[in-house]
Design a protein around this ligand. Sequence first.
Ligand code: C5P
Length: 325
Amino acid sequence: MQSYSLIAAAKINLYLEIIGERPDGYHELAMVLQSIDLADYINLRANGTEQFRIYCQHPQVPLDKTNLAYRAAELMASAFPDVFAKYGGVDITIHKNTPVAAGLAGGSSNAAAVLVGLDLIWKLGLTQSELQELGKQLGSDVPFCITGGTALATGRGEQLSPLPDLDNFYVVLAKYRSLAVSTAWAYQTFRQQFGASYVRDAQKLLERQQRVHSGLMVNAIAHRDGAKIGQLLYNDLEKVVFPAYPQVADLRATFYQLGAKSNGNFLGAMMSGSGPTVFALTASEASARYLAEEIKAAKAGTDLEVWVARFLPTGIQIAPTLPKN
Ligand code: C5P
C-alpha cells in the first residue's frame, strides 16, 4: 500500500520524579506515562521523489527540519538507505488536535507515527523494540509513544516497563492557549535550583531505580486503585513551572476546589510533563464532562482550552480505512 493513516495518541504523566543527572547531560527519571485518546492523525503517502514533505495547517507546527516528524523520516532514510532508494520519500500530513509545547508529547507522538508508518510503507517488518531503539535517538518520549498504554519509564524516559492497563479512567485537560513551556527550560531551571539534591552515587542510583519498580504508584496501578492513584499523582517539574507561571498553579488549585464539591468521582489533578497542561483525573466520563464545564465557567473570559479524554491501552494505531461507496 502506498498510503497509511495513523492515530498518534498523546500522553500524560501520572508521575514524574527527577532522580539525578546522567553522564549524557539528561536527567535520570522515574515516570509513569499514560496514553490518552486525544490524538493527532498522520497520513503518509509515497510521493515518488527523494524528499520528505510535511503538510500541517496548525500555525505553531514547523514544516521544516525542526519538526520531529521530519527528523524521524530522515533518520529512517539514513538507517535504511537501500530501502529509501527503492521506495523514495513520502508526504506527511499532520492533522493536529494535540496542543503544541503542552507537556502531552504531541511532537514525539507524530515522530513515533512516522517511524511506524515508514516501516509499513517500506515493508521493513521492524519489531517494536527496533522501532523504539530508533525512536530514542529522536526524543526521550518517542519510544513510549510507539507502544503507549500505561508504562513505568526510567533512565531518560526511554526504558519502559509495561504496567497493567487502566480502563475507565478519564481526564479533563486544561491549557491556556497562549502559554507554551519549553521542556529544555524546565529541566535546566530544575537543575539550577535543585541540582544540589540529585542522587550522584552509582550504587544509590541503582537502589533508587529498584525502589521505583515496587513504588506506591506502581502498586496502586497494579490494584487499579483510582483513589490511591489520584492521591499519588506527582510531578517534580511543578516546582519550577508553577512559580514562573502562577496561572498554571492556580488552574490546578481550581480543579481541587471544584473537585471537592463534586460527587466523589474526582480523583486528583496534576500538571503533565513540563506543562503547562493541567489534567484532572476522574473515574467516570460523566464527571469528567461535568468538571470540564465547571472549569470553563470558572475561567470564563480567559483563553483556557479544555478537552475530555479517556485512557488508552495503545500508542500508535493504524486508522481504519473509510469504507468505499
Ligand atoms: O528528549 P527530549 O528531546 O524530548 O528532551 C527535551 C529536553 O528536555 C532535553 O534537551 C533536556 O534538556 C531535557 N530532558 C532532560 N532529561 C530527560 C529528558 C529531557 O534533561 N530525561
